[in-house]
Design a protein around this ligand. Structure first.
Ligand code: GTP
Length: 597
């Protein structure tokens, strides 16, 4: 295909504004997929994505479109994830295309991720076409949304296309706008091969599949390629395009987007953003490349049944093959035994991985409280990265501690603003900016990541009845008065419950934690003290009173079957418990105890 007849684009939107549905309609309107094979949200391949209605991995599809000018065009769509955890994937797929459709739900308006994503498109120098979706709904208000797009984002909305991805209204106009308004790619066919590795994924049957965007030159089956950053060389077994199922092609030329398969063993051998060239005829100038994504949230994953440790290792290794942004290392906890300390891009990412392990590998897990990486500066001048609060060195040897901070952008209807500001204040936030557009406020806060990873998003949604939207980016590290709080149950420290807290809030957090644990831990035959402590000093304490009578004592000499039933019942109830010294703690305590209300 000549460059003049190729258009490469992505769709940017806030979650639920209809990105995947619009993609489906574009695919359907161009007969890319026969109607009988059309499923809803075709591009969201994984089960979990389908179930939760979210897009996790970027996907691509090639659409062939005969425009009103009578010419045949090839449109390559790269679908990007909408959720805040995956902003990094958005930024890299943006670099492989020249334009974006900016989808805004016309019943909702501009949201935090609309902003975050459209700024990435602007950074990538995209031509942007606004598309106002869901015009079939009575609450749709095109002129209000147009005003917002112009005021808040600052781009011209006069050419915005009203559509309903549900009914198909306006889809033809969108296709025409892609052809007319988005620029064709640039590139030289005669130059040495220069291609961008946009993404890679693991396929059970085919091994690693790389999504590539050809900048210059031509890629053919049988070529020996070189990845310029990693230095790896491979023979190309197969190349093709997604329509959206894999369809082999003879060659991929400049401006085209497709896949390659070259017997690469694991996703970790590929580096997203790397430049692919021919071993024999190398391009002199590699692409600038991206920084690898870094896990920011860590937690421990332990099998409920310690006999399943090897199964868990197997599951984690398999998942890691397909997800280079997920990190893990073995961890042993006196309380929980052997498990893994895992790193994630964010909380949603954590949830997705945890769900997959439980569901696809059928392993019941104990998840410890999510934590961030602290920089601990020691008095002897050394510095350590603390991934697990349990490993915090003795406070007398520590000079100071730094924590990661984020810049959070929150959009919310005016009426809920007070609650949002209070929530941010409670989480040690510093207000950076507060502006209004229409009846909505945009608050920008500097917040400690630690205060956000746990349940901030849930709290935000609940105080605003779901109307707030939220996005963040990491800003850097800053010193604060941070200490490790340990929890002792029956005088034994439970390492999996230790956490880093701000000194000023330690008493409050300690009290809340002890009260929660008192509710969560069942009563035993003896009295159980529950304490929170900082460096040996107890700051909060509760006592769980003893059971007054042995529940089975009544049965003495009497009904033996009733006694057995009772014992069985107790045993079954214990399945999800872990023993700490003489005390059984239910697994949900590890997460619930840390929730702040
Ligand atoms: P992610 O892929 O998870 O980022 O979300 P998304 O932006 O792709 O949203 P999705 O396409 O999943 O749509 C969200 C919801 O809105 C779904 O329930 C769709 O059926 C619905 N929806 C999408 N477009 C329209 C529309 O034009 N009209 C109406 N009434 N509903 C729509």
């Amino acid at each position: 295909t000549p460059l003049s007849h190729i258009r490469n684009f992505s769709i940017v939107a806030h979650i639920d504004h209809g990105k995947s549905t619009l993609a489906d309609r574009l695919i359907q309107a161009t007969d890319t997929v026969p109607d009988r094979d059309m499923k809803e949200q075709l591009l969201d391949a994984m089960d979990i994505e389908r179930e939760r209605g979210i897009t996790i991995k970027a996907n691509t599809v090639r659409i062939e479109y005969t425009a009103l000018d009578g010419e045949d065009y090839v449109l390559n769509l790269i679908d990007t994830p909408g959720h805040v955890d995956f902003a990094y994937e958005v930024s890299r797929s943006m670099r492989a295309v020249e334009g974006s459709l900016l989808v805004v739900d016309s019943t909702q308006g501009v949201e935090a991720q609309t902003l975050a994503n459209v700024y990435q498109a602007i950074d990538a120098d995209h031509e942007i076409v606004p598309v106002f979706n869901k015009i079939d709904l009575p609450a749709s208000d095109i002129s209000r949304v147009a005003e917002q797009v112009e005021d808040v984002i600052g781009i011209d909305a006069s050419g915005a296309i009203p559509v309903s991805a549900k009914t198909g209204e306006g889809i033809r106009e969108v296709l025409e706008a892609i052809v007319k308004l988005l620029p064709p790619p640039k590139g030289t066919r005669d130059a040495p091969l220069k291609a961008m590795l946009v993404d890679s994924k693991y396929d059970q049957y085919l091994g690693v599949i790389c999504i590539v965007r050809i900048i210059d030159g031509v890629l053919k089956k049988g070529d020996r390629i070189r990845m310029m950053k990693t230095g790896g060389t491979y023979d190309v077994d197969d190349i093709g395009v997604y329509r959206p199922s894999m369809k082999p092609v003879k060659e991929l030329g400049p401006g085209e987007i497709g896949y390659l398969n070259a017997s690469i063993k694991q996703v970790r051998d590929t580096r997203v953003g790397d430049t692919i060239t021919l071993e024999k005829n190398q391009t002199p100038e590699p692409l600038p490349g991206f920084n690898p994504s870094q896990p920011v949230v860590f937690c421990g994953l332990f099998p409920v049944d310690s006999a399943e440790f090897e199964d868990l290792r197997d599951a984690i290794e398999k998942l890691a093959l397909n997800d280079a942004s997920f990190s893990y290392e073995m961890e042993s906890s006196t309380a929980l035994g052997f498990g893994f300390r895992c790193g994630f891009l964010g909380l949603l990412h954590l949830e997705v991985v945890r769900d997959r392990i439980e569901r696809e590998y059928d392993i019941e897990l104990i998840t410890t409280a999510p934590s961030v990486i602290y920089h601990v500066y020691m008095k002897d001048g050394t510095q350590i990265d603390l991934h697990n609060p349990a490993d915090m060195p003795d406070p007398s040897t520590v000079a100071h501690v730094e924590e990661p901070r984020i810049k959070a952008t929150i959009l919310v209807p005016d009426e809920f603003l007070g609650d949002v500001l209070k929530l941010c204040q409670d989480r040690r936030g510093i207000q950076m900016d507060l502006t209004y557009a229409g009846s909505r406020a945009m608050a920008v806060y500097d917040l400690p990541l630690n205060e956000v990873v746990f349940d901030f998003y849930d709290r935000l949604k609940s105080v605003t009845r779901g109307y707030a939207s939220f996005d963040y980016q990491l800003e850097g590290y800053r010193e604060d008065n941070l200490v490790k709080m340990s929890v002792l149950v029956n005088d034994e420290p439970v390492d999996a419950l230790s956490m880093m807290v701000h000194r000023d809030r330690a008493e409050m957090r300690g009290r809340a934690m002890c009260e929660k644990l008192k509710d969560l831990i069942p009563r035993h035959m003896f009295k159980i003290p529950i304490q929170a402590a900082i460096g040996g000093k107890v700051i909060a304490r509760e006592t769980l009173s003893a059971l007054r009578k042995d529940v089975t004592a009544k049965c003495y000499g009497g009904d033996a079957s009733r006694k057995r039933k009772l014992l069985d019942k107790q045993k079954a109830g214990k399945k999800k418990m872990r023993q700490f010294g003489k005390v059984d703690i239910p697994q949900e305590a590890f997460i619930s105890a840390l929730k702040m209300d």
